[in-house]
Design a protein around this ligand. Structure first.
Ligand code: SF4
Ligand SMILES: [Zn+2]
Length: 332
């Protein structure tokens, strides 16, 4: 496996991968840092093409997307491998595996579309791990889904190069991107990645027609200080827009991060207060088990009420508040 440090082997490495900032250069047969791409015939190809290891029908709220087709099911695909090494990964058994090392289903892009239709899902999501390491498969599925009138949803850490992202964006309808911290050192320590490419992805999506929501997993002692919330909210409100729905999600110990407690509810409330004070209009706390309500930013009416992944109330009409007529950001 290439860990980006093998200078002495550089001359034998012929195939370059342009998907993410790691820029792996691989010898024939070698696998990239993500464990999901391999040099074959001088090209770096996705090993999980047509081979998702997780296939499920999820509620849209589980992605989480709260302002996009609420209450509708989404056919969700996960492919083995990831280009990050998050110590807190909740899906490590598939994200830190190679597509050759775990069971999978055979699903060509047209079969993905047929399955979504059979299940009555209006959308396909690329999720659970880092889907962009299976870029060519995601792109072909997204094209097939778009041609069939289905929506495409990307759930990603956003650690991708601008070129592949620009190729995919025209076929995407919605995205939830994880912005883990505004500290580059935090990305390096906890994820073996860097911050700048993630910010670039977020800015590109915010400029596009893709509906964007952003998630922050609040981890005690990592990103729960007041200045962490302030910097995070300032970036989202200032650069992505105050209408961007944001999700502060509760951490539970897992994978390699078991030495700290679950996020106290008070920390999530603090994050929410900070976001509202910074002007963000749609602020949610996730993984808490309590109800989450979308309020009209103009008149304060309760428009959408959710518990877990279930919609209890949906009063949005024609994308607007029925009481005052204000547009509600998203697709309803
Ligand atoms: S996607 Fe995988 S193979 Fe390609 S540069 Fe990133 S880590 Fe390396
Ligand atoms: Zn209103």
């Amino acid at each position: 496996m290439c860990e980006n440090g093998g200078v002495e082997q550089a001359e034998s490495r012929q195939a370059a991968c342009g998907i993410c900032p790691r820029a792996c250069r691989l010898a024939e047969g070698e696998t990239g840092f993500c464990r999901a791409r391999k040099a074959v015939g001088g090209r770096v190809v996705p090993m999980a093409y047509g081979r998702p290891c997780a296939v499920a029908l999820d509620p849209m709220e589980k992605k989480p997307l709260y302002h996009f087709l609420p209450g509708r099911p989404v056919l969700s695909l996960g492919m083995a491998g990831c280009n990050l090494r998050c110590r807190n990964c909740q899906n490590a058994e598939i994200s830190q595996a190679s597509p050759d090392g775990i069971p999978f289903e055979s699903l060509a892009p047209e079969e993905v579309v047929a399955l979504a239709r059979r299940e009555g899902a209006p959308a396909v999501a690329y999720t659970y791990t880092e889907p962009l390491v299976a870029f060519e498969y995601v792109l072909d599925c997204a094209k097939a889904a778009r041609a069939a009138g289905l929506a495409n949803v990307l759930v990603s850490a956003g650690y991708v190069n601008p070129g592949p992202l620009a190729q995919l964006v025209p076929f995407l309808d919605a995205a939830n991107i994880d912005l883990k911290t505004m500290r580059d050192a935090g990305y390096r320590e906890n994820c073996a990645a860097t911050l700048a490419p993630v910010l670039g992805t977020l800015r590109a999506l915010a400029r596009s027609a893709v509906h964007l929501e952003v998630t922050n997993l609040v981890i005690p002692g990592f990103n729960d200080a007041e200045e962490d919330f302030a910097a995070w909210c300032a970036f989202v409100a200032g650069e992505l827009g105050e209408e961007t729905p944001v999700h502060f999600s509760r951490f539970f110990p897992c994978h390699r991060l078991r030495d700290r407690p679950p996020t106290p509810p008070a920390a999530l409330e603090k994050a929410k207060e900070t976001a509202l004070a910074r002007g963000l209009k749609h602020v949610y706390c996730g993984n808490t088990g309590s109800e989450e309500t979308t309020f009209c930013p103009a008149c304060g009416a309760a428009l959408l009420v959710r518990r877990a992944f279930e919609i209890l109330v949906n009063r949005v009409r024609g994308g607007c508040c029925p009481d005052c007529g204000r547009n509600i950001h998203g697709r309803f």
